[in-house]
Every structure is written in C-alpha cells, then in structure tokens.
Design a protein around this ligand. Structure first.
Ligand SMILES: *Cc1c(COP(=O)(O)O)cnc(C)c1O
Length: 397
C-alpha cells in the first residue's frame, strides 16, 4: 500500500473535501425569490406553512418556527420551567447550546455520561444525576441516532421532569417507527447549513402539549399576546396587545421558511444518500480492527448527520491528533464533534471539573467526523476510505 501523504506519499486527492456542505437547487432559489417579491418578508404565510409541514412530517401537534436551534433550546428550557438555581441534565458530547440554554435561564447544566458504544446519553447516568432541582433533561440525538427515548421519557415523567429532545442532528429519524418530533415533551430542530435541511439559519420547537405550545409562542415574540383570553387589563381597542411575560425576538423570516420548506421536499432524497454513505463507510471500517464503528440501537431508523471515525489508539502508533493531521495531508478535512462542553474555559471558570464523564472524554480523544453530505460522490467516499486505510496500514502496531 502507498505511503500516507504525511509520510511522503502522494495525497489521495488533489482537491479538498470538507466534512459538510449544503445543497441548494433551482427550486430552492425560486421559493426564496417568490417570497422576496411578496407582501410578507416575515410574520407571513410561509411561517405557518413551515409549522404545518413540520407537524405533517413528524406527527407532532404543534410546531413553533424560531430563528435558530439555539433559540429553540432557550425557549424550550423556559417553557420547561428552568429558572434560577434549577438543574438541566444533558450530554457533554454536544454543541454547547444544548447546555447553554440552562445558563440563559439562570439554571445549571449537569452532565450525564454517554454510552461508550452508541455515544448517546446513558439513561443510567441520567438517573444518577437527578436531584430535586432537576427541571429538564436535554437528550441529543447525536449523529442523528435517536437517544433511548422510551427509557428517558419514563424516567422523566416518573419524576415530573420535562424531556427536551435536541434533534438538531436527527430530522428524518424514526424511533420505534415514530418520527422524532412527536415523541418527547418538546423536540428542537436546527436548520443551520451543516444540518440535513437548511434555511441559512433557522430552528423550531415541536410539542404535543398545548400548555407548552402557548408558552413557546409567547417567548418567541417578546412575551406579547394579542389573545384577549390572556389580557390582564381591559382592551383599549382592536390595536390592543399586552406584554404579559419577558420574551425575545426569536422569529424566523418568511424568506428562510420558504427555503426550509423547499429543502424538506428533498428530505427523503437527502436521507437516502446519507444512508448510502454510512453503509459504504461502515462496510469498509468494520473490516479494520484499529477502528471502532458506532453502534446503532435497533429502535432507531436513523437519518445520519455525522459520521464518526473512531480509532483504537492502543493498536496504532499515532493518536487522534496525528490521524486527523494525516487525513488533512490527504486533502480530507475532518472535524471533531465535540469537545466535551464542560472542558470549555467558560465552563471551567464556572467550576466544572475534568473527569466527570469518562466515556465522553475517552470518545473525544479518539474520534473525528468524516465527510458526509448529499452531493458527496461514491468516488469521494472511496477516497476517504483509501486515505483511512493507508494511514492505518502505515501506523498500525
Ligand atoms: C447545530 C446544533 C445546535 C444549535 O443550532 P443553531 O441553529 O446553530 O443555533 C444545537 N444542538 C446541536 C446538537 C447542534 O448540532
């Protein structure tokens, strides 16, 4: 086998491959154009149309479109009742927003460890972290694979805790045959360009509970209501509205809603291609003892957002950093998802100690994210596989 580029060989590719990329077609452009020349750029019919569509594809009763996935998590945590001194349990292997939403509310994120094989939050670890201050659990469907939702829901409801599912990775995924979005107390989506479906920016919260839905609507738009049923004082006339709580401007524009709607038309296509890429990688890497392939639970029918390459460092003479740099030398630009949230300096300053979630920290030291997106060709995927094979063959013990 040829030497890896980092050791003097010729790179597998001469153009760079990145780990993610959006796909925008003519239909998307047309959908956006139509909004630009219509009467509404925001607060118009495309917002309601997107919310309806999200309910239709997930089976959820209610959807609230918001400006991004972080805003979705923030108002979900507020609706769950997270306040001063309250605790919210989540995984450290996630984007910081899954934990930051507790801090926005004056609460405290508490980190439960992950399952070392699926990389999702471990319900047994969640159980150990529950206290009488726990108001919410944020379960992330990491890489797109559904977390153990039944166990988590059972545990949360037994203790009066709200389960928020961070589905930023998992639009299109089913758990026990039901689409994510219709299962947990609240489910949040993100439409950032690296996610499976994009609006440039964008997010949503889905729920089946009317009480939560009403709170989400208020928090999305300043805490202002135009619904008489909620008025504290008497109406002054048809212009009247009241601010009855403190909310934000987390609204999503009609321009973005139109793009997201048009992208959702391609969700099955996107999901299918992502599945093919995962199969191709899995088939190749399961033959290589120096690599560990992420385990899937049979309950999850997964639309994969990330593909994690995990090395077995005991069987190689290089570590993750060395492997990552060797991939970059082949012109394959990986990424790492994620640095354990509590390792970030801001969290260290808040007093979180390293070592609290050993499985998460071990995973972090052994993994990288490989390219996976709709327009990745079979040749691109094979290039990635060739690069991995070369590096393993050269550095194996
Ligand atoms: C992307 C992401 C978010 C945040 O979504 P934004 O739309 O970027 O605000 C939250 N959680 C996870 C797991 C994500 O991947």
């Amino acid at each position: 086998m040829e030497k890896p580029a980092i050791a003097g060989g010729t790179p597998v590719r001469d153009t760079k491959l990145y780990y993610g990329h959006q796909y925008v077609d003519k239909a998307d452009v047309k959908a956006v154009e139509e909004v630009l020349t219509s009467d509404y750029l925001t607060c118009g019919p495309k917002v309601a149309a997107l919310e309806e569509k999200l309910c239709e594809i997930t089976g959820a009763k209610y959807a609230v479109a918001v400006s991004n996935g972080t805003a979705a998590l923030h108002i979900a945590a507020m609706a769950a009742g997270v306040g001063e001194g309250d605790e919210l349990i989540t995984t450290p292997i996630t984007f910081a927003a899954s934990a930051n939403c507790a801090l926005y509310c004056g609460g405290r994120p508490v980190f439960a460890d992950i399952d070392p094989d699926t990389y999702n939050i471990d319900p047994a670890s969640v159980r150990q972290k529950i206290t009488d201050r726990t108001r919410a659990v944020v379960a992330v469907d990491y890489t797109g694979q559904a977390a153990k939702l039944d166990e988590l829901l059972g545990m949360c409801h037994e203790k009066g805790i709200v389960l928020i599912e961070d589905s930023a990775h998992s639009i299109g995924t089913k758990y026990k045959g039901k689409p994510v979005g219709s299962i947990s107390d609240m489910t949040t989506f993100s439409f950032h360009p690296v996610k499976t479906v994009t609006g440039g920016e964008g997010g949503a919260v889905l729920t089946n509970r009317g009480d939560l839905y009403e709170k989400l609507l208020l928090y999305r738009s300043h805490g202002i209501t135009k619904d008489e049923a909620y008025y504290v004082n008497e109406s002054h006339g048809s212009w009247y509205h009241e601010q009855i709580d403190l909310g934000y401007n987390y609204r999503l524009t009609d321009i973005q809603c139109a793009l997201i709607l048009s992208q959702i038309d391609k969700l099955a296509q996107f999901a299918g291609r992502r599945r093919e890429i995962v199969e191709r990688y899995d088939r190749a890497f399961s033959q290589i003892p120096q690599l560990f392939v992420q385990r899937e639970i049979p309950e999850s029918d997964t639309t994969r957002h990330l593909y994690i390459l995990r090395i077995v460092p005991e069987m190689l003479t290089i570590d993750r950093r060395g492997f990552f740099e060797a991939m970059a030398a082949e012109n394959i630009c990986c990424n790492v998802h994620y640095i354990p949230v509590y390792w970030h300096p801001y969290y260290q300053k808040l007093g979180y100690k390293k070592g609290i979630c050993p499985n998460a920290e071990k995973l972090y030291s052994e993994m990288m994210s490989l390219p996976i997106y709709y327009t990745l060709s079979d040749q691109d995927v094979d290039d990635v596989i060739t690069a991995v094979r070369r590096i393993v063959a050269y550095y194996k013990k």
